[in-house]
Design a protein around this ligand. Structure first.
Ligand code: FES
Length: 118
């Protein structure tokens, strides 16, 4: 069942916004007027993905820079490797695999963004 998430005008093209629907935290992404809904928590260590960067269909995590395709949720790359110059512990633990993101169908209706949360 499609549920109204927000007004279309709330996210400019290239933008993202986190919302909560049916108890799930999701991020809505506007790619040139087409909207996509993906899970909010990064598939690596659960960073909030709306704080990342959206370039075309690629969503980059703000924490360790894993990348996801917002159309499918597929994890395109894992966290960035530790800099050899860094003396700090590696925050992007290789022990943590990077899972893909759940996605939901989205449609627009009378200026509203609707998400199918089934
Ligand atoms: S939390 Fe997203 S790449 Fe680590």
């Amino acid at each position: 069942m499609f549920i109204k998430a927000m007004e279309e005008k709330e996210i400019a093209p290239g933008g993202m916004k986190a919302v909560s629907l049916n108890g799930r935290s999701i991020v809505l992404c506007n790619h040139g007027g087409t909207f996509y809904a993906v899970e909010r928590a990064c598939g690596h260590a659960r960073a909030a993905l709306e704080r990342g960067a959206l370039t075309g269909w690629i969503l980059t995590c703000p924490l360790h820079y894993a990348q996801f395709d917002i159309r499918s949720g597929e994890a395109l790359s894992g966290p960035a490797p530790k800099s050899p110059e860094s003396g700090h512990p590696d925050p992007a633990s290789p022990a943590l695999a990077t899972a893909g993101l759940k996605t939901w169908p989205v449609r627009l209706e009378a200026g509203a963004v609707l998400v199918d949360m089934q």
